[in-house]
Design a protein around this ligand. Structure first.
Ligand code: NAP
Length: 263
């Protein structure tokens, strides 16, 4: 904390040298872009996927090219106890994480009258319950060193819920509430927590829907900057929130949505 109070050398303020970051769901998409940016700025990164495989291996190789001591961890956040096992595996591989980005999520498109209890529970388990458990597992080590950064990845759907993703949208709003509540409780320990809200990103989960040109144009028309985001568009915001540059930002939501939440 002390060195962060000197007048800012802005390059140093964004450096993550010596930091250890766990980014869930970082084999691909937004999580991968965040993992690569963190590695480029000096952090040792634990990349995470549901299970071992080529995608996770390739991402780890790219991350290691920037930050050689980085490692991969696996685990399905739908399973009881997975969150604490993932944090423990990251700690074994790279040391206890002092940066935690909760990026993995499950999103099921379904008209609300057709949502089954199992589908609802799965989304709440992965997007909300497991997020709380990840934070519970990671905070003690952050507390011990008096420094930590947590980013929950929310969604523009907290402001603009999609009719066919009613549970997903609610799970992200619950996570945002959790984030604000925790900001008050862990701030005195030198730990910040913020919510990064993507709008419409061109990632795997949207490929099928955006492949329909009519639908893609309708969506584009609702975005003030008139374009979809690329995964790396979220990386700068995550870097701000997780570096010394963001030490005075906590309990807030940062939208990376081309203005969609205010349109
Ligand atoms: P994505 O490309 O669909 O990737 C999802 C990631 O989550 C994958 O790495 C996946 O692991 C992991 N994951 C899925 N189910 C999991 C489970 N049960 N346990 C553990 N990990 C699991 O995602 P994205 O589009 O980059 O989205 C990243 C975050 O941004 C999510 O929280 C999403 O809700 C949020 N978001 C995205 C958009 C968008 O337009 N894309 C908009 C708003 C919010 P595997 O690779 O191993 O399958």
């Amino acid at each position: 904390m002390t060195d962060e109070r000197k007048p800012m050398d802005m390059k140093a303020a964004f450096s993550l040298q010596g930091r250890r970051a766990l980014v869930t769901g970082s084999a691909r998409g937004i999580g991968k872009a965040i993992a690569l940016a963190f590695a480029e700025y000096g952090a040792t990164v634990a990349v995470h996927g549901v299970r071992a495989g080529d995608t996770l291996d390739r991402t780890l190789a790219e991350v290691r090219a920037l930050s050689p001591r980085s490692a991969a961890v696996t685990g399905d956040l739908a399973e009881p106890g997975a969150a604490s096992r993932i944090v423990a595996a990251a700690a074994d591989a790279i040391g206890a994480p002092d940066i935690l980005v909760i990026n993995a999520s499950v999103q099921l498109r379904r008209p609300w009258l057709e949502v089954t209890p199992d589908e609802a529970l799965l989304q709440m388990q992965v997007n909300f319950h497991a997020s709380l458990q990840l934070i519970q597992a990671a905070v003690p080590a952050m507390r011990q060193q008096g420094w930590g950064r947590i980013v929950t990845v929310g969604s523009v759907q907290e402001q603009r819920p999609h009719p066919d993703m009613i549970v997903y949208a609610a799970s992200k709003s619950a996570l945002e509430n959790l984030m604000r509540n925790l900001a008050k409780q862990i701030g005195p320990d030198g730990i910040t927590i913020n919510n990064l809200c993507p709008g419409v990103f061109a990632t795997d989960r949207n490929l099928e829907a955006l492949a329909n040109p009519t639908y893609a144009e309708q969506v584009r028309a609702r975005i003030p900057v008139r374009d979809f985001a690329e995964p790396q568009d979220a990386a700068g915001a995550a870097l701000l929130l997780c570096s010394a540059a963001g030490r005075y930002i906590t309990g807030t939501t940062l939208c990376v949505d081309g203005g969609m939440s205010v349109a």
